[in-house]
Design a protein around this ligand. Structure first.
Ligand SMILES: [Zn+2]
Length: 152
């Protein structure tokens, strides 16, 4: 797996980029539109973008499946943002608003919100129900994606 180049989907233009194996995405840019491929802040995705991520993207990314009315979701949000900044370049952080994308949320087979789902190498590697904060969230990310301590 580590010797395989990564296929990274660009949220901005929808093209798929080839990135060298194990290479950080912190300075990687889309070959078509020039936008950064990493997301230092969690990015909201649409149902269509999620389908593309699941089917085309082989990099490491995590999805926070959330809803605006969900208290624990709102509680976790700043921690999720902090983790996105810390793991920038190693893991991309996305969010799916279940109120806007109920069908997509149902297809993820979640039992409630928030739920965290991780993908790496083109397959799901982690699925965690319930809010996680602080160090517990960082440890979960490290374990799910086999990445070392945050880079900053
Ligand atoms: Zn692009």
């Amino acid at each position: 797996m580590s010797a395989t180049e990564q296929m990274i989907f660009c949220l901005s233009c929808g093209s798929t980029n080839r990135v060298g194996p194990g290479k950080s995405l912190s300075s990687a840019r889309c070959g078509r539109c020039g936008k950064g491929l990493a997301t230092p802040e969690p990015a909201e995705v649409t149902a269509d973008q999620l389908v593309s991520l699941q089917s085309k993207d082989t990099g490491a990314f995590v999805l926070d499946v959330w809803a605006p009315w969900c208290g624990p979701c709102r509680m976790m949000a700043p921690h999720y943002e902090a983790a996105a900044a810390k793991f920038n370049g190693e893991v991309r952080f996305f969010k799916l608003n279940t109120d806007n994308h109920q069908t997509a949320a149902a297809q993820l087979q979640i039992r409630g919100v928030p739920t965290l789902i991780g993908w790496k190498g083109g397959r799901q590697v982690a699925h965690q129900a319930g809010a996680q904060t602080g160090r517990a969230l960082e440890t979960w990310i490290q374990t799910a994606f086999n990445v070392s301590s945050p880079t900053n």
